[in-house]
Design a protein around this ligand. Sequence first.
Ligand SMILES: [Zn+2]
Length: 374
Amino acid sequence: MYVLRAYKTELDLNNTQRTNCARHAGAARYAYNWGLARKLEARQAGKPAPSAIDLHRELNLLKITELSWMYDVSKCAPQEALRDLDQAFAHFFRRVKEKKAGKNIKVGFPRFKSKKNGLGSFRLTGAIHVFEKAIQLPRLGVLRLKERGYLPVSSAHILSATVSEKAGRWFVSLQVEMEIPEAAGTDKPVAGVDLGINRMAQVSDGVHFENPRALKNALTKLKRVQRVVSRRQKGSANRKKALRQLARAHYRVANIRKDALHKATSLLAKTKSAIVLENLNVSGMIKNHHLAQAIADVGLYEFRRQLVYKGAWYSCEILLADRFYPSTKRCSQCGQVKPVMGLGEREYQCEHCGFVIDRDLNAAINLEQLLYVS
Ligand SMILES: [Zn+2]
């Protein structure tokens, strides 16, 4: 069985390599700060903030003209930095929501990165090879390692490498899938499960769990009550009454959802030996729809929580995919990864091998395949 692990070790760089790494970190920082400025601009102009994908496209155009120095670094460095920026915002909005819900936490708005705390870091994906004394990275070539034999050479599938600087020393952190011994005496199949809004859960074997119709009705009611609340004057008795109604509507939605989730998670934990789920905070899953977002987040979180404890009861291993694993953008047939997969596209159509498949099923199969990589 395969699990995800990170390995961090120190690099032994010559001067040229140091310069190259610093240049990559610089490009990542530049892209991050430029993207943050672009998002703030949009916000001030009252427009929706551009996503990592929008920004990367824009940045590629700028490379042709004023940012030609970026051709010297791997395109991954700025691209992954823009993804991090999206994550930083997703994290910020989540914390705001948690604070509003009464959690005693600090909420920090995403900040510009400065060189004050060192040169920073960058992340690369693609062709990464590990040798006993060295690691080979895209664009940077073969870099020597200070510690021999620590990074897993074989039987590991490398998802990404993050190179970072701290006090003049350079490190590399590998995100890998590792094989662990199979749980004893189980003949149940494994599965990947993709969670969504329209469809509650899609299993890689083709089975899916729909959202109960009662949930849709309860959500419609919830939206209506929410509108009533916003129309009532603050502090008035009528507003208090509407708020009580709203709380009840929320409670009802939560209960219906929870009940449906229980049925699905029980069945899955009993019939599978291992299940791969996407990790939480799947950015860009739904945009500009706070209610749907909130419900979806709760659903994802609750689904995972239930599966983890039920998995322990029925000896079903629950694994989480790395949050950068492109489960929706990858072709489950040939492994090709699309640069973009629009939110509205219900079908995955592979331009590489011509495979056509339901979007959610494709994602679920990709998640399941994380268990087989070698
Ligand atoms: Zn394909």
